[in-house]
Design a protein around this ligand. Sequence first.
Ligand code: ZN
Length: 431
Amino acid sequence: MAKQILIKNTNILAMTENSGSEAIIGDILIEGQYIKKVGQINDYEQDIEIINGNNCAALPGLVNCHTHGAMTLLRGYADDMELMPWLEQKIWPREAKLDAEHIYWGSMLAILEMLKTGTTTFADMYFFMNKVAEAVEESGIRAVLARGMIGFNDKANTTLKEAKEFIPAWQGAGKGRITCMLGPHAPYTCPPEYLTKVLELAYELKVGIHIHLAETKKEFTDIRKQYGKTPIKHVYDLGLFNVPVLAAHCVHLTEEDIDILQEVKAGIAHNPTSNMKLASGMAPIPQLLEAGVKVGLGTDGTASNNNLNMMEEMHIASLLHKVSWGDPTVMPAYQVLQMGTVFGAGAVNLIDEIGTIEEGKKADVILVDLDKPHLYPCHDIVANLIYSAQGSDVKTSIIDGQIVMKDREVLTIDEEKVKFEAKRYAQMMLL
Ligand SMILES: [Zn+2]
């Protein structure tokens, strides 16, 4: 018999189609990697581990749909700059100095921060992805990994080859916690011939594509000038959407673009903080949601956020669209919680495995401690979670049936060592 865990007497927000926005008081039985039962549970094994869920909210783990984890080493290194000078003078020269060990410790720091703020799955695009995968495997988190690829310099073919080797080596690793995608960076860094090659490889390896799309006004105008189409229409005509696509940003869209994204069932990673910090613009998220597009939330890398805290990202997402629309009814709390959980699981193409608390799903569950001054009184748990809760209120985190954090202590990572090494490697990067 696989190991059993019982979360007792907690406020369950199952996030299923029928569960509604009211928490149900009950128990969650986990067996092995899976959720076995949700409800009042009295029938369980003798040697079961029992977690007292009293005065906690139990949610599906948060899904960070877009990040570049190892960029934690660049947190706070260069801020308040225009995008191109920021990239060309600050970010790219430092990134060029990063080696495999930097990526490992930068990723470990990212994972530690994510685990401590409720994220149980993240979609990552960067380089030295073998090292990211090692960090994922060791830490117990779930991840969707893509080797970032730029299609116009001398490295174009090397990175394509790396991605081709990376995917068969890691797809399904960590008992299925790791899935892989191809990661062509963006239409302005990957010419059409290159995107076509990536697409052929996606067919061959049976994987999806994670790409930045329509992030800035400049990208929108340049692509239109170059190809006579919007970025979305451009990649649509290239056939990119014939495989599952996770599109980061989608800030600058036309009505036709929204129709396309709906038609092809694309997953969108909305990164409100990054879009605000880089002044990229306002993604039409309420319209996308209205059209039934799968919109999840992401933090983007820490150089443009500067944290990986999905509790904060949900809060900001809700506020941003209310003020931009001049309408406080836009993006209500429950819808934002859906984006952070179930919609995010859909966007990263894992909806059959995670995103809800129901029988048969993989056991990715977090407990948020409601016994905090800023969470009293509790007229509405969901409102408190979105508008008042902090990432540090996440008390316990279970991923794939394994307790990775209990009472704020991460059990799979040596926190002090990660902080020490990340600081050391960040200093080396500056030399
Ligand atoms: Zn990004």
